[in-house]
Structure formats: C-alpha cells, structure tokens
Design a protein. Structure first.
Length: 95
C-alpha cells in the first residue's frame, strides 16, 4: 500500500499499533479532506476509525497510540499537520 510505504519512508515503525491507525486516518482523509479540517480530529476521525476497524479501545487510547508512533519516528509535528503533509506528498507522487 502506498500510504504504508510513505509512513515507513518517513521512519515510522510499522510494528507499533498507531502505525495502522495513522495509515487508515490518511486513507480516510484522502477520500474526504473535510475530516481533517472541519472540527477537532477527535470528534471526526477517531470515532470513524474506531467503528471501521472495530476497535475495543477508547478514543484517548487511539490518540495516544498515534502520537506514540510519531514520537517513535522522531516526528515533531501535530497529528493533523502530519496528515496534511502526507496528503500533499502523496498527491504530488500521483502527479
């Protein structure tokens, strides 16, 4: 998958649970960018992620896992900024 390759290229470890969550969040935002910019991410993306992946964890646990994978990859930007940059980078790869 192109998104997972992008995340690995950015230095994010794929063996951490937040990697899968972040990849899916980017995929969701590719199909509907308003999810990223409309309101708080916890109100938009995390509940969709939890329902679609049938996760039995809290919204705060999802947030913690995504933040942890970014920290493990030495990425020092917010989750929403990282996703926005990923959308730009992935779109430019398609062009």
């Amino acid at each position: 998958m192109k998104i997972e390759r992008y995340l690995r290229d950015k230095g994010l470890p794929p063996n951490i649970r937040g990697f899968k969550y972040l990849a899916y969040m980017i995929e969701l935002c590719q199909s509907d960018e308003s999810l990223l910019y409309n309101r708080k991410m916890t109100a938009n993306l995390y509940p969709i992620l939890k329902a679609d992946l049938k996760l039995d964890i809290s919204i705060s646990a999802i947030d913690r896992d995504v933040r942890y994978v970014l920290k493990a990859g030495n990425i020092n930007v917010s989750i929403s900024r990282f996703i926005a940059n990923a959308l730009i980078d992935l779109k430019s790869e398609q062009d």
